[in-house]
Structures are given as C-alpha cells and as structure tokens.
Design a protein around this ligand. Structure first.
Ligand SMILES: *Cc1c(COP(=O)(O)O)cnc(C)c1O
Length: 230
C-alpha cells in the first residue's frame, strides 16, 4: 500500500532525528538506506517520491532487473548480501556501493571488473562482530590486514565498516556489538585510513546503532512492512 509506505518512511525519519537528538548526533550525519530486497519496483518509486535515493539489495538476480527498470531515476544502489566470485562482475557493473565485502579475493575481482568509465566502487568491510562461526564477515583479528589491502585497490574506495549482529531485544545489549564495531573503526582511522562510514542498525536495533555512531542505518521492514518469504 502506497500510503502505508509513505507513513512508515516518515516515521523512520522521525525516529532517526529523535535518536540523533537524544544521543547528541547531528541528524545530517545519519543516512537512511532503504532495504528493498523482495520489494517490487513500485515500492521503490514510492520511496523515491518521498525523497529516498539510496536502496539496498541482497540478491543479485532480483536486483539487476530492478536497477535496469529504474535507470532513469537518480538512485544509489548498495549491495548488502553475501558475495560470490561468479557474481562480482554484475555487482561491479550495476552497484554504487558494496557493503558486504569480507574477502580480499572478492575485492580484487571487483577492482578488476569495475568499468573504467565508472567512479571507483564504494565499499565497506563486513565484520563478524558477534563471532558466530557460520555468519559472513571478517573477524576482528583479520580486519586490519584486510582493510589495508583493500585500501590499496585503485578501483575501490574503502569507506568503512558494516555489521549485522544477531538481533536481541535489550537496548543496552544491542549497543555492545555496535560499540565494538565503532572501536574497530576508530582504530583503522588512527592507522591512517580515511573512513567515513559506519553501517549498522536495522529496523529492530537502529536507535542503539545511532547511539554508537552509525552513519548509515539499513531499514527494510520499518519502511516497506513485513517481508513475505525470504
Ligand atoms: C534485510 C536486511 C536489512 C534490513 O532488515 P530489517 O529488519 O527489515 O530492517 C539490513 N541489512 C541487511 C544486511 C539485510 O539483509
């Protein structure tokens, strides 16, 4: 429902502004990424008409037709799903950002496959902050080496870090992994990397992420309603 999506996106923006005020952040320092996985093109147009320009997609087969259909709109596309070597070319050719980079091999492929007439591909390294074995993301111990190596690739622009911690209900518990990500981010900055992006917080934990310094919150259900299926 179009009017529902409009109401929800306004509510999300209001919550971001309130959280910014509460935690003494400038509201302009927090960008909203609308996660449009599983949503039709019409929902993206609705969000665009309310001023939303950056969208996140997880599944390449689904994303590329949507990006093609929306070429005439000035949108910024972020790939936020798991990467595979055989998918990197289409990602390098269709997206403005990749937030889920966690392997040097994938970074090297994206670097080689980024079209010459495009600006460098913006990337964030996904960090496995809750240290769960099967989840994607680099472990904190391997992060500095990976970050230095990615920063040297000329067709990529390393912007910062992304994390997807397991959702829990308690606000103070939610802050713990976000704080760990912020500390890792500050350490990389101290080591000389020019980073400006801390992508953390989804519909259920965005206020805690803002409290810990998020510069991008990635919101799906909060904008588009409950997802059916995946
Ligand atoms: C789906 C997804 C989101 C959005 O989650 P919601 O709970 O719907 O807000 C954010 N980040 C990633 C990486 C996702 O896959």
């Amino acid at each position: 429902m179009i009017s529902d999506a409009l109401t929800r996106i306004k509510k999300v923006r209001k919550r971001i502004a309130e959280a910014a005020r509460q935690f003494a952040r400038s509201p302009g320092s927090i960008r909203l990424l609308a996660v449009s996985k599983t949503r039709p093109v019409e929902d993206i147009v609705t969000a665009f008409n309310s001023g939303q320009t950056c969208f996140g997609e997880n599944y390449l087969q689904e994303a590329v037709p949507k990006i093609d259909a929306l070429r005439d709109y000035p949108l910024e596309w972020h790939f936020i799903g798991p990467l595979q070597s055989n998918k990197t070319r289409l990602i390098a050719e269709n997206f403005d950002w990749v937030q889920s980079l966690d392997k040097l091999k994938h970074a090297q492929r994206l670097n080689a496959q980024r079209p010459e007439n495009f600006p460098p591909l913006n990337v964030c390294i996904q960090v496995n902050i809750s240290e769960e074995t099967q989840k994607s993301g680099v472990h904190l111990t391997d992060l500095p080496t990976l970050a230095q190596a990615i920063a040297e690739l000329p067709r990529l622009r390393l912007r910062g870090l992304m994390a997807l911690p397991t959702l829990c209900q308690d606000f103070e518990q939610q802050r713990i992994p976000f704080r760990a990500l912020r500390i890792a981010y500050l350490k990389l900055q101290e080591s000389g990397l020019a980073l400006d992006t801390l992508s953390m917080g989804m519909t259920g934990d965005m206020v805690a992420a803002i409290a810990e310094g998020a510069t991008f919150v990635r919101i799906g259900t909060g904008i588009f309603g409950e997802r059916v299926g995946k």
